[in-house]
Design a protein around this ligand. Sequence first.
Ligand code: PMP
Ligand code: GLN
Length: 388
Amino acid sequence: MTDYLASRLRGFETTIFAEMSALAVRTGAINLGQGFPDADGPAEVADAAIAAIRAGHNQYPPGIGIPELRHAIAAHQQRFYGLAFDPEDEVLVTAGATEGIAASLLALCEPGDEVVMFEPYYDSYAACTALAGATRRVVTLRTPDYSFEPDELTAAITNRTRLLLLNSPHNPTGKVFTREELELIARLCVEHDLIAVTDEVYEHLVFDGEHLPLATLPGMRDRTVTISSGGKTFSFTGWKIGWVCAAPALVAAVRTVKQFLTFVNGAPFQHAIAHALTFDDDFFRTFVDDMRTKRDRLCDGLTAAGFDVFEPAGTYFVTTDISPFGETDGATFCRALPERCGVVAVPNVVFYDDEDAGRSLVRFTFCKRLDVLDEAVGRLRTLATVAP
Ligand code: PMP
Ligand code: GLN
């Protein structure tokens, strides 16, 4: 690797998710680290993929994605948010949200540009900003409510700022940005003529409040690249069917890069996700209700085990502080946890530039069966807390 990338990808030689999942496999521990469900999504969706394979949808699909899926994505944005996108030139299918993010940053940033993002940040934001030759400027979300200082955000925007990258609902904190916060972000984007790239993969996992796409705010429709995927919503994270919705010129730029990253992806799975997106509101309600039960179960269990728990309003992650155990280093804690009690978690510090802000924070996922969560909690309860 070049020195340039090595310096900017410090800490990302292996993603924390790969490292922690490998640790879980090696030790046989319960994996509450990497966020993937332990039960597949609806059989009907799996059957649609199998039917698509049997029907011969196995060669390169169109570069922008099959029409059925592009229409289903546009209809989804209209149904849930009242956002109208033309499936012909305002929707692009990508290899997961991951490729949508990578292609957007590569297409829209020049070397020397700055990208504003909140920390903790999802690891690929830092990596793809570096790949684009751009520089990240981070604004810290601070516990206990993961709010940010408006002045810090304003100060992070300079005359080099090209775009702002937003993730809501937010991984790893579970924060759902409020309308007031989004209004401030939108106002700054308009004022400084910034492009917004939004990662909304947890859009259907909001327990408290509501998911408001940034693109719905005044002045944002045509300057926002909205990204999501079917992985989380339909519990098929390995299929990697994602999408980008934006104004035609932005989609054209992202598509230009996408065609040289993967060209196309997942032909039969595109058919299956197109079908899944047409599910009625009941499906989406049941999905979030089920996950809320799991959130409550894990949050209660972690609290009982002694963790300081920051209850998430969205996503399928909960962040905790390990200080009650007399420990301050989340990375050391997570590397030892399988040995100590047979559970794997993720140290949030890897998602921070300001390591002090994230040192004692540890993330657990609750997208697992209730009996698995109960077993994990039982094991975590063997950890000894210290008197405050
Ligand atoms: N963004 C965030 C915030 C995520 O947590 C993930 C993990 N699924 C992704 C993007 C990647 O999504 P996909 O699997 O669709 O590439
Ligand atoms: N998004 C998942 C998480 O945060 C992991 C995806 C990955 O392994 N890159 O756990």
